[in-house]
Design a protein around this ligand. Structure first.
Ligand code: GDP
Ligand code: IMO
Ligand code: MG
Length: 443
């Protein structure tokens, strides 16, 4: 089996968790390459909802090793809370199942404090972050002040690194009236994590290399979405890591040629949490209807997600930046019965039609979307098992989307459960055994 990279092509919450979980049985390893517990990935198994934040979405399949790369930032308390919750639900998540890179950076107690302060100070211009300390942890990484998971192996080094970082932060914290930082107390807390986290720590680059040399295949899992990428997203309304495909190589220590294909997870409409421009946003009752039908509330923060029509300009851009060759289209069932469905095919800026998604976010904030209206589908898509049973107007919607974004739709997701899936390409039957999935679900 070839290795596959799976990532979101919009502003996150495209349904990556469901699709990664569905694909996992075909892979020996699922490896996340960026982000932290800002992610919220929902997987439903026979009516039971499981939300993953830091642990890769392959964890529910016992034979799979889940890897957390050097590109992530880890809050030890959040990591062990998630492990504890999983184990309480009967999902093994010990060191035999989860490997954490020694190069991953740790979220330290000053990170969420600094983030809340920074968000408040921005006022109207706040990013609307998850306030988990993610951004400030990456700031310290770039400032070369970060504490890495591997530093837990030597308590002398750990104490020194924490003391150095606190010495750098202290004057700023004091000047802005933020709580005092006690380096020794922070050291004691993290020394406590050292023993617990130790067994999980590995040289992930070497581990993946060995596994691949043995013939095992890897599913690279992106969190957030392409439009939240630090470089290629709607800066500054982005997350602080490289969520695009390029991030997988640096975030795991693998060569780019180990990525054999890129599957984009794309919602049949658009959502966004937090601030930032959103050309096709529906700030209306219809938008709220879609939010309610799609259960569009943040899996991490519970915040309502902003909803709007499908934006083909944005998704085409995401497909280009990531080399997406196939798409899994999720949540079209939410649009059933809504009448005709507009799709954004272009942007006008000051009357001029733009050739592509603009890198200037201030320009994006002012574009006027152009729409093409497509016939909707009154029929529910739930329970559709094969492509032939999909409504004609929905098949046409898929065809138009494929043309607009320049990528083929290979998978259609029609509901939250694994079995609510239609495969549009025969070759996928070697990866996803839907008959087995349906039999396990009693369908
Ligand atoms: P992720 O962050 O990309 O993993 O996505 P989230 O889990 O944050 O949000 C996606 C939401 O849509 C979750 O509540 C999923 O259970 C749900 N979902 C995924 N696929 C489908 C689908 O095809 N139809 C419907 N109705 N819900 C879906
Ligand atoms: P998944 O993996 C949707 C958004 C936040 C905010 C911006 C920066 O579930 O798709 P951060 O805390 O990361 O510094 O916040 O990014 N954001 C997400 N939006 N889904 C996510 O993850 C997100 N992770 C971060 O709302 O706008
Ligand atoms: Mg999510």
């Amino acid at each position: 089996m070839a290795n596959l990279l799976v990532l979101g092509t919009q502003w996150g919450d495209e349904g990556k968790g469901k699709i990664v979980d569905l694909l996992t049985p075909a892979f020996e390893v699922v490896a996340r390459y960026q982000g932290g517990h800002n992610a919220g990935h929902t997987v439903w198994v026979r009516g039971r909802k499981i939300v993953l934040h830091l642990i890769p979405s392959g964890i529910l399949h016992a034979g799979t090793l889940c890897v957390i790369g050097n590109g992530l930032v880890i809050a030890p308390a959040a990591f062990f809370k998630e492990i504890g919750d999983l184990e309480a639900q009967g999902v093994a998540a010990g060191p035999a199942r989860v490997a954490v890179s020694r190069g991953a950076h740790l979220i330290m107690p000053w990170h969420p404090l600094a983030e809340r302060f920074s968000e408040d100070r921005r006022g109207e211009k706040k990013i609307g972050t998850t306030c988990r300390g993610i951004g400030p942890a990456y700031e310290d990484k770039a400032a070369r002040l970060g504490v890495r998971a591997g530093d837990l192996a030597d308590l002398g080094i750990l104490r020194e690194k924490i003391a150095d970082a606190v010495a750098a932060k202290e004057p700023v914290f004091r000047a802005f009236g933020l709580p005092a930082l006690d380096a020794e107390a922070i050291y004691r807390e993290y020394a406590g994590w050292a023993e617990k986290l130790g067994p999980y720590l590995q040289d992930v680059s070497e581990l993946l290399d060995e596994r691949m040399k043995r013939g095992e295949s890897v599913l690279f899992e992106g969190a957030q979405g392409a439009l939240l990428d630090l470089d290629h997203g709607t800066y500054p309304y982005v997350t602080s890591s490289s969520s695009t495909a390029g991030g997988a190589a640096t975030g795991l220590g693998v060569g780019p040629r180990t990525i054999h294909g890129v599957l984009g997870i794309t919602k049949a409409y658009t959502t966004r949490v937090g601030s930032g421009p959103f050309p096709t946003e529906l700030d209306s009752d219809l938008g709220r209807t879609i939010a309610t039908r799609g259960d569009e509330f943040g899996a991490t923060t519970g915040r309502p997600r902003r909803c709007g029509w499908f934006d083909a300009v944005a998704v085409r851009y995401a497909c280009r930046v990531n080399g997406v060759d196939r798409i899994a289209l999720t949540k079209p069932d939410v649009l059933a019965g809504l009448g005709d469905i507009p799709v954004c095919t272009g942007y006008r800026y000051k009357g001029r039609l733009l050739k592509s998604f603009p890198p200037e976010t201030w320009m994006l904030a002012e574009v006027v979307p152009e729409y093409r209206t497509l016939a909707g589908w009154p029929e529910s898509l739930r329970g559709a098992a094969d492509p032939g049973s999909l409504p004609k107007s929905f098949v046409e919607y898929v065809r138009v989307l494929e043309d607009l974004v320049e990528a083929r739709v290979a998978i259609v997701s029609t509901g939250v459960e694994r079995a609510d899936t239609v495969l549009l390409e025969d070759e996928l039957r070697g990866i996803v055994d839907l008959d087995r999935v349906r039999a396990a679900a009693g369908k």
